[in-house]
Design a protein. Structure first.
Length: 108
């Protein structure tokens, strides 16, 4: 879930275009496991101090497309969501999903 100070960036035309282009460039595949990638990860932690620096926020060298599970591993050091069957959507709202261990593989 994006912090309040980051929401204008994530809603910006520049980020949306960058994100779309980057995902297409890696064929929408997680760059770690090859599954469908759905979470664009910034390799450099974004803060309120660097959120307006395009060299960090929009630079493809600092981006990595990950699937949900690989992003969980990267961000939290574990595979599970906080509560099994619960996940946050891109707006930070709670959504119910199948438990991670039973989710089918995604196909493009």
């Amino acid at each position: 879930m994006a912090q309040a100070w980051a929401k204008p960036f994530y809603n910006s035309k520049k980020w949306i275009e960058c994100s779309k282009s980057y995902k297409q460039s890696v064929h929408h595949e997680c760059e770690r496991c090859g599954e469908l990638g759905d979470e664009l990860h910034h390799k450099i932690l974004l803060t309120s101090h660097n959120i307006n620096d395009p060299e960090i926020t929009l630079n493809w060298e600092h981006l990595e497309l990950l699937c949900f599970i690989c992003h969980q591993r990267q961000t939290w050091g574990r595979d599970e969501a906080t509560i099994d069957g619960i996940r946050f959507n891109k707006d930070g709202d709670i959504m119910h999903v199948a438990p991670l261990k039973t989710q089918p593989k995604r196909i493009l």
